[in-house]
Design a protein around this ligand. Sequence first.
Ligand code: SF4
Length: 350
Amino acid sequence: MTLIKENKLVKILEKTLSNESISKEDCKYLLSFEETSLEASLIRSVANEVMRKKSDNSAIILGQIGIDVKACSGGCKFCTFGEGHTEFIPKCLDDNELSLKIHEFCDAGDLYGLFLMTMHDYDLTHLLHSIELTKSIAPKSTQIWVNIGDSDIDTLKEIKKAGVSGIYHVCRLGEGVNTLLNPKDRVKTMQNAVDAGLNLYTCCEPIGPEHTIDELVDNIFIGIELGCFQHAAMRRVAVANTPLAVYGQISELRLAQIVAVIALATFTMPSMTYCGVHEPNKIGYISGANIITAESGVNPRDNKEETSKSRGLDMNACRTMLLESGFKYIRRGDESKIPLNLDYINKINK
Ligand code: SF4
């Protein structure tokens, strides 16, 4: 009896073990296996192997702070901020609130990057002020990133000049259908960010059970073709009161298979050392993911005003999940390494 009958699968995976990238067609084939199959397990294991080798078995922690909340004109049907269905009361973090959150994320000195998140429409003056405040508190080894709405190149150059390293931006699955935004504007912003000299962190999201393999792979390759710096996969969470909740959600096991395929499709890119899974889970971290995001304040996948007490993970929960997933180092934003072990976790928790 042969372990794996699919010679084609073995050939694709051996190619990745020889440090070769895989094609769009290969990705579609890898996603065609059931998530519970032996083949899918093998795909996840190979992705785990190549990513741990490339990163010297390191993982990174990102933090995200929602600096404002209001009924968002993006109107995304899967997001708790979308206008027409949001139940959040508009709020903008003041300096004191923002400072406290920055300290929470940064004081231990092991945060790779801190995201400041706004709604689709944002006040540039407030954002630049928040960046300035973040810079004055965060250590130099923590990069500052933004997660903002569509923006032109001049605005993005100004944001970069203010000290921001990168931007999280995506053209979502179902953009323009399940959102009020134009897919072309989303991709243009991603291109503007690259042209402005910002690193692009992107993601295939928000994945639901109804998305086809072709849709997933086309979406994954938007970021790859733009030379992204980090990639990821995020499943859509069926949050009550969001219009797409009726479709349900994919399993963490299927999400891990998608993460594995993204890792295998990107790990040969010189810029790609890290790959994310949202929401964080251990199956993803043994399938090629090595980015974990701690969240504070509001979160588009949560109805609570303080997500770190609800769906979001705080910094300690992130460190523990990485340790339990077998990572040996946490990397700071300057790529320096901190050995990750129980002593380290206990010391930080004191
Ligand atoms: S996902 Fe972003 S753009 Fe869409 S409604 Fe939520 S905050 Fe707005």
